[in-house]
Design a protein. Structure first.
Length: 227
């Protein structure tokens, strides 16, 4: 095996979330020392002391259409149950789901649904969502009306990263659920994940607060509009 192949094989064993952190640090380094230092502090705090999640809300009238230049076309469909997923995707989620950060099959039994994006028939990205009233742990924002839904976790499979599929699947999911009468959406991301945050803000979401979880005590606090 050549050096490049060995490097790719070693990288494949690293959890996707950890590889994202490395990529974010590399990107921050290009923007200057102060940006890199701030990002490094956020990532170190997340790993060793406390996790901080930024909470965003979207009213559908504020939805912005993202640019589509050079973005390959995806076809989307809703997945209601585990058996509706392609065999290849079920296999990846069972064998490598945690490393790929693509969710848990148990979520289907909790009232969650899956939105799948496919490129030429091949699963490329996915996104989980549920009605607000079916979620009991998402801060006090769960007091929202029945026309509010929570977008929980989105992931792009590694071989399709860098094609703006995260933006595309979030926008497509919101558009799809709007047709069913949903008027408000909630989403969150880690505070160090500036790429995800910029995508969320670019679609018209507004930050409404944050949640912090202490890694030692597992206690969490929710701050509304405290940013």
């Amino acid at each position: 095996m050549n050096e490049q192949g060995a490097e790719n094989k070693a990288s494949a064993k690293i959890p996707l979330q950890e590889r994202q952190k490395f990529a974010l640090l590399r990107s921050a380094m290009k923007k200057g020392l102060s940006v890199f230092t701030s990002e490094a502090i956020r990532i170190a705090r997340d790993k060793f002391w406390s996790q901080k999640y930024l909470i965003f809300r979207l009213d559908v009238r504020d939805l912005r259409t993202p640019p589509t230049d050079n973005v390959p076309p995806l076809r989307f469909r809703q997945i209601q149950k585990w058996e509706d997923l392609p065999d290849s995707t079920r296999h990846r989620m069972l064998v490598d789901g945690k490393r790929l950060n693509c969710g848990d099959i148990k979520w289907f039994g909790r009232g969650w649904k899956l939105f799948l994006g496919e490129l030429d028939g091949t699963p490329a990205a996915l996104c989980w969502w549920s009605a607000a009233q079916e979620s009991k742990f998402f801060c006090e924002a769960m007091q929202e009306s029945r026309n509010c839904e929570l977008i929980w976790q989105a992931a792009t499979f590694p071989e399709f990263r860098g094609k703006k599929f995260y933006t595309k699947i979030l926008f497509a999911l919101v558009q799809s659920r709007m047709k069913s009468g949903v008027t408000t959406f909630l989403i969150m991301c880690s505070d160090y994940n500036t790429t995800s945050m910029n995508t969320i803000l670019g679609l018209g979401f507004k930050q409404i607060g944050y949640q912090k979880i202490n890694r030692l005590t597992q206690k969490w606090i929710w701050k509304h509009r405290a940013f």
